[in-house]
Structures are given as structure tokens and as C-alpha cells.
Design a protein. Structure first.
Length: 563
């Protein structure tokens, strides 16, 4: 691969005036041949904060080998990643969604500062996946995304376990259904090694989307973190990135409107996390693609739910991998015209061309993981957008594993997640309640905390089918039940969720796409006249900066320059 004038690294490396810059590279062991090639950034989110990311530095080394084999010079760097599982249920979770923006910003700064020509991005935890892809769209340099891989499920008593089982066990323990010893046994068995949480939670949802949207290599989403195929995928991604640079293919050539429709179809076909909606809106904003809630609903209604995945279903990501992975799901959708097969991907080929060469499903593939389009789990997808008097700008619910389409109950209001968790843990939430957790939105939290600790506690107490929840915050991909998040406008902006009072009737209807507050408009206006915005929770630091710049969940909760 011969360097061309159009590549950015020549701004740093060519000419007598750049002798100091070359000297800095020589200090790191690079020679003339290395400096004559294009420079490819290899970013990873490796750290010891979470099992999702603990192995990613090794994958970066594999990607570097691929870049070198492709005729370019790799330069590795890292960025942050927050463990949602460890940040869950306390103040730390406010940093999670904020980290998505910081990851995108930090990658942008590193690539712009050093004038890299292309990017391989390796990520493993919930916000690091969309954050890395957002940076790729923003920079619009040839890029390939690599997922760090799923954790294998744990095993206890012949049953597969994931981290969600531990959270739900906490609820069962609090209700007296599990002993201390039983809880400890579940805790010790659920997470056997490196990788992201094992169900179709947020990380595995976004990994599936990375293939469907075309930013990741075919078949790269499902192999487990500790599988040898993961290293091979990272090496091939490095080589593919070098090829894209040679061909001049950039992320915005790939991230078309049709590609986003494919991603929405994948989100619904696998029963993925509601966070997928938020992150796709954010990625579209970076790519300059006009994506709205109406597009999600249009694609959802025509897309069957065909993958039986935890937490709503019965299988972990490793089972989907053994069944044929994401290419199997995409192939079944494409056969029925439910994907745009003409979309370009990081292979330099189209979705249709990639799937034409996909290997057949293994002969020993587990049965029932992915159904046929004619025999779906649900005829329409599971990431449902709701609107109504409680959320005029929209809200989102995941219906995978939910056996009812309508819930009407009385409001139990809480102005922080901790207050709701404490009440639920003490038995303060009962059948027929709609738990309302507010002031947890993008600005009000800030950061849209996930509510897995609270939802899992309710499920563990046996209330999963007898209560509902509404919040302007978010839910983990591991949440199950009648749980509505992303309510907009958020409470901090004076949205109707701020005006709900204990005992108000709330009606949620997923078939009608409605979420309504049963309060007379005149009474609601009186409450609005009494409402006062609370003081911000943070007045300095990263969270305060984020709160001053972030927009609505209905737009992806992206940050924009002030003014």
C-alpha cells in the first residue's frame, strides 16, 4: 500500500519541518519504512474495571498484526470504559451514559491530534460499543469495529446463569426466598470469566447491531471473549481496515439510512435492549442521518422477533453463536426482504454478498435459538415506542418475555432510584402499582441511570408480572417486565412525569403504542403552575458539563456545543 497525498498522516510525517515529529516516532522504534506507510489508530477500551474489557489489550495486539500485514503502520491507544454491572444501583451509574460521549470525544481527539488515517476500534462494555462507533461516524475515516466478545454463561444446578440472575437473586433474598448461602452460591457461579454479560443485554445487542449496520466483519459479533476466533476476528479487522483505506471507503459510505433500518430490524429480531434505540439515534446523529422514533416503529412492525434470547427468552449469546450467529439471523431476514441487501459493509461488499458466502449453520447447532420468519416468537419486533399524555415526546419498552400488552395501575412516585429500591426492598411496592422514578433523565440525573437493581428486585420478589415501572432514566438490557424508560420530556424539563402524584392512574398499552396519565388536563395545569425545577445534582465537573450540553432521550441523549 503506497501512501497517497490525501492521507492525513502526511501532514505530520513529510517534509523537513516535520523532523521533530519523526524523531518522536523513532523514539518508539519506528523506522523509515514504518513512517512511509499510512498510520492506523488501534483504539481499545481495555481496563481492569470490568470483565467485559479486561482482555481487550490482547485483542488490540492481534489487530495491530492485521494492520501491519495489510501494509499500514498501527498505533495503539486506549480510552475509558465504565462497568455498568459494577456501577449499577448507586450514584456511580450516573457516569455510565456520560462515558459514551467521553469515549467518542477521546477517540476523536487522539485521531485528530496524531492525524491517523484510519481506525480499528475494539470495545467490550455497554457504552464503549456505541461510543467507539460514534467516533468512527464523526471522524469519517476508514474504520472497522471489533467486539470484545460475550462472557460464557455460568452454570448451577443444570441451569445457565448470567449477571441478571444475581441481581434477581438479591430481590429473592430480600423477600426471604433465598438464604445467604444460596445467594453466595449464585454469586460465585454466574460470571465464569472474561467477556460482556452473557444474554442479549446491551453489549451483545450493540454487537449484533454492529454486524447488521455494516461496521463489523460478518460473524464477528457472537464468538465468546475467550474463544480463539475472537483473536482471529481482531487480526482480520486490522487487515480489513487497511483494505478500506486503500479503497477509500469511509463510515458514512456504510452508515446510510438503509443500514440504520437494517440495524433496527436486528434490534427487534433478537429482542434486544431498549438502549439500542438510544444508541442508534446517537450514532445516526453523528453520521448525519435523520432517524426518528417513527422509523423505529415502522421497521419494528414489519420485523418478526425470531431469536429466543435472555433475559426475555431462554438462551445466552454463546448459544446463538453455536446456532450460526448473527449471519443466521440476517440471512433469515434477508430471505423475506426484511433487510436492505444492497448496503455496503466494511468488507467492501454488500450485505447480500456477505451473506451469500456465509458458512452454513453447524450441523450440531442447538435447536430453537433462532426460529423461522414464519414461526416467530412475536410477529412484530420488541423495541416498542410509546407516546401519550405521560410521555408526549416518546418512551420505550421492551416486550420480549412480557406476556401482557396492557397495564393500568396506581402511581407510586419516587424522585431518585435509591428511594424506589429501598421501598421495593422493604415490600413497599405491591400488586397494581406503577412505580414512577423521575429526575433520572439525561439532564436531571444527570446521565439516565439504569434501573436494573430495582427492576430485578421486583422480579426476584415475584412481582415482575404484577407491577409496572415508568422512568425518564433507562433500563439495563437485562431488565425484564413491564418497564418503560426514556420518558420524554424528562422531569427536570417539566415533562408530565414531573407532575404525577401518588395514586394517579397510569395506563400503558403496547399494542396501541400509548402511555397515558389519567389526570384531567385542568388539574395537570394547576400542578404545572406549582412545579419548580429542582436544583441540579452536580454544579461542577464532568457530570455538570454533560447536563449543560445534553439533549432529550428522544434524540439519543447526545451532547451539542453550547448555543
Amino acid at each position: 500500500m503506497a501512501p497517497e497525498p490525501r492521507i492525513s498522516s502526511r501532514n505530520v510525517l513529510e517534509g523537513a519541518s516535520r523532523a521533530p515529529h519523526r524523531a518522536m516516532y523513532r523514539a518508539m522504534g519506528l523506522g523509515d519504512a514504518d513512517l512511509a506507510r499510512p498510520m492506523v489508530g488501534v483504539c481499545h477500551t481495555g481496563n481492569e474495571a470490568t470483565p467485559c474489557n479486561v482482555h481487550l489489550q490482547g485483542l488490540a495486539g492481534e489487530a495491530k498484526e492485521g494492520v501491519s500485514a495489510g501494509g499500514a503502520t498501527p498505533r495503539a491507544f486506549s480510552t475509558i470504559a465504565v462497568s455498568d454491572g459494577i456501577a449499577m444501583g448507586h450514584e456511580g451509574m450516573k457516569s455510565s451514559l456520560v462515558s459514551r460521549e467521553v469515549i467518542a470525544d477521546s477517540i476523536e481527539l487522539m485521531v485528530r491530534a496524531h492525524q491517523y488515517d484510519a481506525l480499528v476500534g475494539i470495545a467490550g462494555c455497554d457504552k464503549s460499543l456505541p461510543g467507539t462507533m460514534m467516533a468512527m461516524a464523526r471522524l469519517d475515516l476508514p474504520s472497522v469495529f471489533v467486539y470484545g466478545g460475550t462472557m460464557m454463561p455460568g452454570a448451577l444446578g443444570g441451569e445457565e446463569l448470567t449477571i441478571v440472575d444475581v441481581y434477581e437473586a438479591v430481590g429473592a433474598h430480600g423477600a426471604g426466598k433465598l438464604s445467604d448461602a444460596e445467594l453466595r452460591e449464585i454469586e460465585g457461579a454466574a460470571c465464569p470469566g472474561a467477556g460482556s454479560c452473557g444474554g442479549m443485554f446491551t453489549a451483545n445487542t450493540m454487537a449484533s447491531i454492529s454486524e447488521a449496520i455494516g461496521l463489523a466483519l460478518p460473524g464477528s459479533a457472537s464468538p465468546p471473549a475467550e474463544d480463539a476466533r475472537r483473536a482471529a476476528a481482531a487480526r482480520e479487522a486490522g487487515a480489513a481496515c487497511a483494505r478500506l483505506l486503500d479503497a477509500g471507503v469511509r463510515p458514512r459510505d456504510i452508515l446510510t439510512f438503509g443500514a440504520f433500518e437494517n440495524a433496527i430490524a436486528m434490534l427487534n429480531a433478537v429482542g434486544g435492549s431498549t438502549n439500542g434505540v438510544l444508541h442508534l439515534l446517537a450514532l445516526a446523529a453523528e453520521a448525519g442521518v435523520g432517524l426518528e422514533y417513527a422509523d423505529f416503529e415502522r421497521v419494528r412492525r414489519r420485523t418478526p422477533h425470531i431469536a429466543d434470547m435472555k433475559p426475555g427468552g431462554g438462551h445466552a449469546m454463546s448459544s446463538l453463536d453455536r446456532a450460526g450467529g448473527i449471519p443466521l439471523v440476517m440471512g433469515r431476514l434477508l430471505e423475506r426482504g426484511l433487510l436492505d441487501g444492497g448496503c455496503l459493509t466494511v468488507t467492501g461488499r454488500t450485505v447480500r454478498e456477505n451473506l451469500r458466502d456465509a458458512p452454513p449453520a453447524p450441523a450440531a447447532a442447538p435447536r430453537g435459538v433462532v426460529r423461522g420468519v414464519d414461526d416467530p416468537i412475536h410477529p412484530s419486533g420488541t423495541a416498542v415506542v410509546l407516546r401519550g399524555t405521560l410521555a408526549p415526546d416518546g418512551a420505550v419498552i421492551k416486550t420480549a418475555g412480557v406476556e401482557m400488552a396492557r397495564f393500568e395501575g396506581r402511581a407510586r412516585t419516587f424522585d431518585r432510584e435509591e428511594l424506589a429500591f429501598e421501598s421495593a426492598s422493604r415490600g413497599g411496592v405491591g400488586e397494581g402499582d406503577v412505580v414512577v422514578i423521575r429526575y433520572e433523565g439525561p439532564r436531571g440525573g444527570p446521565g439516565m441511570r439504569e434501573m436494573l437493581a430495582t427492576t430485578a428486585a421486583l422480579v426476584g420478589q415475584g412481582l415482575g408480572r404484577r407491577v409496572a415501572m415508568v422512568t425518564d432514566g433507562r433500563f439495563s438490557g437485562g431488565t425484564r417486565g413491564f418497564m418503560v424508560g426514556h420518558a420524554a420530556p424528562e422531569a427536570f424539563e417539566g415533562g408530565p412525569i414531573a407532575l404525577v402524584e401518588d395514586g394517579d392512574t397510569i395506563t400503558i398499552d403496547t399494542e396501541a403504542g400509548r402511555i397515558d396519565l389519567g389526570v384531567d388536563p385542568g388539574e395537570l395545569e394547576k400542578r404545572r403552575g406549582r412545579w419548580r425545577r429542582p436544583a441540579p445534582n452536580y454544579t461542577s465537573g464532568a457530570l455538570a458539563k454533560y447536563a449543560s450540553l445534553v439533549g432529550s432521550a428522544a434524540g439519543g441523549a447526545v451532547t451539542r456545543p453550547a448555543g
